[in-house]
Design a protein around this ligand. Structure first.
Ligand SMILES: N[C@@H](CCC(=O)N[C@@H](CS)C(=O)NCC(=O)O)C(=O)O
Length: 203
């Protein structure tokens, strides 16, 4: 399978980490957002809304949306399980993956889009909205810290796709200077060390 991706973007990284955790071989094509390579007619023929990642199967079928891609791979390669083994675990992982996505990856992405010079001339920015989203992200990190005082991993006592999303969200805070203050957020810092030290984190 072929992954169209940008090495610096968080959603393609979620898929790279997922595939690496499962030891599923994949090839990549770099589509650099900085070069507007995702906005070409050629790439739009694979994703009309010009977003990464895109997965292309050997028979030419195209799959978009990082979690749709991961769910497809999970079905093809059930071991190692990353989406849950029974109804309750699947629901827990879904819940925490959505929390990581909507409550942290989204606001952090909006801080970047609305305040970073990278996007000047590319999109219409609303810096005040970006700062509101920065406050949301800060509050949510404190909440994740409290939750991670109760268990080892985000959705339970083992690694799951929810941890992948939270890791990618937190690392995407770097360009906006949103970082884990280990003194204030010791549980989140402990969890970050644990997950970031997995070999897949480098994918
Ligand atoms: N929900 C989508 C989000 C895709 C997305 O926003 N991708 C970003 C990179 S992380 C992108 O391609 N941005 C390009 C742009 O906004 O112009 C997914 O999970 O695949």
């Amino acid at each position: 399978m072929l992954l169209y991706q940008d090495p610096r973007a968080p959603n393609p990284r979620r898929v790279r980490i997922f595939l690496t955790e499962k030891s599923v071989p994949f090839e990549t094509i770099e589509i650099l957002i900085a070069n507007r390579a995702h906005q070409t007619e050629e790439f739009r023929s694979k994703n009309p809304i010009a977003l990464l990642p895109v997965l292309e199967l050997p028979d030419g079928r195209i799959l978009r949306e990082s979690m749709a891609i991961c769910r497809y791979v999970e079905e093809l390669h059930p071991a190692v399980n990353l989406f849950g083994n029974d109804a309750w675990e699947r629901a827990q992982i879904e819940q925490w993956n959505r929390h990581a996505e909507l409550e942290l990856l989204y606001p952090i992405g909006q801080v970047f889009r609305n305040t970073n010079p990278f996007w000047v001339g590319r999109i219409e920015q609303a810096p005040a909205f970006g700062e509101i989203m920065r406050n949301v992200a800060t509050e949510r990190m404190a909440w994740f810290d409290r939750e991670l005082s109760k268990r080892e991993y985000l959705a339970g006592d083992r690694f799951s796709v929810a941890d992948i999303t939270l890791l990618c969200a937190i690392d995407f805070g770097k360009p906006s200077n949103i970082r884990i203050d280990a003194a204030a957020l010791p549980n989140l810092a402990r969890w970050y060390q644990l997950v970031n030290s997995r070999p897949s984190a480098k994918a």
